[in-house]
Design a protein. Structure first.
Length: 94
């Protein structure tokens, strides 16, 4: 059993097969219901990992979510990266 001690990078946890407690239902609820969220929890409660998880969702990295709650419940193709948004603003992306 590989515990992700001290790791708050979602891709590292998933790619290197660390234990991940599926919090993607919570992530989806945040995405669908809230514009602003204040994560008020003591240290080591998973705030940084949750933020990194949201980053991966918004960047559309569906492959990292294989087998997790959100995998077939979120339109990963609709995700725009920061780079996409910048290109869109410059008129380079329709
Ligand atoms: N959903 C999860 N599944 C497995 N381990 C987790 C999960 N969320 C957090 N952890 C682990 O708990 C520890 C603290 O997480 P972290 O995101 O750094 O917390 P915080 O930012 O609140 O201090 C890390 O070792 C991290 O890998
Ligand atoms: Mg943190």
């Amino acid at each position: 059993m590989k515990l992700p001690i001290g790791i708050s990078t979602f891709s590292k946890i998933r790619e290197d097969n660390y234990i991940y407690i599926d919090k993607t239902e919570l992530a989806l609820r945040i995405i669908n219901n809230h514009s602003y969220v204040f994560l008020s929890r003591p240290r080591r409660f998973g705030k940084s990992l949750m933020l990194d998880t949201l980053k991966e969702i918004f960047e559309g990295n569906r492959e990292l979510f294989e087998g997790l709650y959100i995998h077939d419940r979120y339109d990963f193709d609709s995700s725009l990266t920061v780079g996409d948004v910048a290109r869109h603003k410059m008129g380079l992306l329709a």
